[in-house]
Design a protein around this ligand. Structure first.
Ligand code: MN
Length: 357
């Protein structure tokens, strides 16, 4: 099914004649246009990108199947006037919009401009869940950049360096290897800070005996990677080994259990059970994973609420953790592709506990 057909199908189901899409990522996925500050108008006859003079040339270059309508930004309303004009011209009786991505003011403005015509919020978040071959190749490339950067970083991890300086080195290596930017603000959390699941790199110095968690990613042609590794600076002590082994076992269990046809909730339960059975269930404070693609967090959700049925071609993370406040924590994360045979990790950094000595 072509990408546009996925939207047309949702439009038919929701009984809307046209849609005005605002989300930049959805627009990129559907058209190839990589700019922002634009709207995509779609009906059954045509697709029109509404953009301003900064992007007209770029849009014509990046998109083959879509028209470009240039508007002049006079005030905040002018782009909406252009969109409303297209719906009026097409005689739309019900207009769809990706409501999760609109601000309240944008919604009110559009409603004013289309008068009595009803606006119907439609959910487009699922259209990007199953990746095609080209997308998979880009995700693999992003993951391999992150792998290589992390392997280089291992030589730089020394007592006395700050978390921030390690994050900077890791980010430098990724950029030098071709990453456009980081997938998100790099997490480097050491010592007691490793108990913070999202501990941003700080000016804390790493010391012998610290757990250090690195959660980071590269972006390649818009596609994100996401990986977490926790290591020990120096030799691991017994409690470090204990919780590391449990998280590793949970993560490997998730990789092995992931199957087409199960729900995200069921996969979360398999992973969570390993940690709960070892008595650490209360210290596993987040979901098991999330989809990854043009956005770092997208569908499907692998958590207690994850109702989506997992299918071949979906890309998502498996990232259990144990976090003991005041003491430290461990997370291990791979991004995987689901195939007929099960889950295959896109990233390749080894999972056995690394001790930097
Ligand atoms: Mn993640």
């Amino acid at each position: 099914m072509t990408r546009i057909n996925k939207v047309l199908e949702i439009m038919a189901r929701m009984q809307v004649d046209s849609v005005i899409i605002k989300d930049v990522t959805t627009i990129r996925y559907l058209t190839g246009f990589t700019g922002d500050s634009s709207l995509l108008y779609l009906d059954r006859q045509q697709g029109v990108l509404i953009t301003d003079g900064r992007y007209t040339e770029q849009a014509k270059h990046e998109m083959k199947l879509f028209k470009v309508l240039e508007y002049t930004p006079v005030n905040g309303r002018s782009i909406w006037e252009a969109a409303a004009g297209l719906t009026h011209k097409a005689g739309s009786l019900v207009i769809g919009f990706d409501g999760a991505c609109y601000s309240y003011n944008e919604y009110v403005t559009l409603q004013e401009l289309v008068g009595e015509t009803p606006l119907e919020s439609i959910d487009l978040s699922a259209i990007r869940m199953i990746k095609d071959k080209k997308e998979l190749d880009l995700l693999v490339k992003a993951a391999s950049i992150a792998d290589e950067a992390f392997n280089k970083l291992l030589d730089d991890i020394q007592p006395g360096r700050t978390e921030r300086s390690l994050a900077g080195r890791l980010e430098y290596y990724m950029r030098a290897l071709g990453s456009e930017k980081t997938s998100f603000d790099t997490i480097v959390a050491s010592g007691a800070r490793s108990a913070l699941p999202h501990g941003m790199a700080s000016d804390k110095v790493v010391e012998i005996g610290d757990f250090i968690t690195f959660d980071f990613g590269a972006v390649y042609q818009g596609y994100h990677s996401d990986m977490t590794r926790t290591l020990v600076l120096g030799m691991a002590n017994s409690w470090q080994k204990e919780i590391y082994t449990i998280v590793e076992e949970a993560q490997l269990k998730g990789l092995k259990a992931a199957r087409t046809g199960m729900t995200g909730r069921e996969l979360d339960a398999v992973v969570r059970k390993v940690i709960t059975d070892c008595g650490y269930g209360d210290y596993y404070v987040h979901g098991t994973g999330h989809g990854v693609g043009l956005e770092i967090h997208e569908m499907p959700n692998i958590n207690k609420q994850g109702a989506t049925v997992l299918q071949t071609g979906m890309i998502f993370t498996i990232e259990p953790g144990i976090y003991i406040p005041g003491k430290g924590g461990v997370r291990i994360e791979d991004t995987v592709v689901l195939t007929e045979e099960g889950a295959r990790a896109l990233n390749g950094v080894k999972k056995q506990l690394i001790e930097i000595v």
